[in-house]
Design a protein around this ligand. Sequence first.
Ligand SMILES: Cc1ncc(COP(=O)(O)O)c(C=O)c1O
Length: 360
Amino acid sequence: MQRDIMRYLNPSLREIEAYSVEGGQQAAIKLNQNESPFDLPMWLKEAIVAEFVREPWNRYPDILPYRGMKAYANFLGVPVEGVMMGNGSNELLYTIFLACLGPGRKILVPDPSFSLYEKIALLLQATIVKVPMKVSLDFDVDAILRRAQEEAVDFIVLSSPNNPTGKSLTVDEIRRIVSSCDALVLVDEAYIEFSRQESALPLIEEFPNVVVLRTMSKALALAGMRIGFAIGRPQLIAEIAKPKIPFASNRLAEITLRQVLENYAIVTDAVSYILNARDALYGELVSLHRVEPFMSDTNFLIIRVPDAGEVFRRLSSRGILVRNVSGYHLMENCLRFNIGLPDENSRMLEALLSIDGSMA
Ligand SMILES: Cc1ncc(COP(=O)(O)O)c(C=O)c1O
């Protein structure tokens, strides 16, 4: 019998691709995944592991990781019922999208934005209303408001600061959207620690229809540990947590989070280094002729070059791995790279200076 396996599967799988990291995940100078360049100090890793070995590994963790939730809720000064902890914020995106979307439901997504939003929405057979950014890559708030109302969307996702553009909304702009749209608004603050703008967290007290998403993968340098949070009003969090995978956060993640939050000076020091390095590098790049940098509120920079494929290859040949984001709407010939260690940033700058000279 001739069997067509696609016939057995969700038809929306035909429209999506497996998540991939173009260029891979190995390089001498790896700047392509917006990670922190700093691993935790060994004394802190050892303290975390020492606590972890005393745990009962044969026992399930709590269904909801209460210890981790409590640590982060205390850190933010919100009630523990107002937070949901996940195995990375990606897991929470799946959870929240499952809670909000399905066939016949509409989601508004600014374009370009984090690719996972569209992927999950397609999988759930929701209708996607894309609202283009401005040519400057800034959010077009008026267009978001207009389209949200015209299309009567149920759900709006705003990555602010936004990956891959590096641009943010102000809290007032987010307030305008939350207050005037009859929709749940998810504000993904993966890069908020690097932003010139304030967090949208205070809006949770003002409005019932806002959820803020945070990750520990960027400023907190814990991408390998897989920790993320959603924050909202307790009643809303209780509802949107219903599709959550039980036991998704493990004991090690809870212990790591608590210990890192107790030593938060490590994070603030790293963030202030990254901000200084980002602004210094931007300052150097504006003087180049063929490389156009965009101001960024994140731990990465976007540059536009005459031929992104060619510059990507020339950087690769020097062992520098960046992300070619040319495929995104409005981002033709753009490359994205995160701030690295001082020596890595110098080598990146040196490479761009030499490429700029040879492209003249
Ligand atoms: C905007 C945005 N949201 C969420 C994530 C996912 O983070 P996590 O590592 O917590 O799953 C990323 C990762 O790059 C991101 O850029």
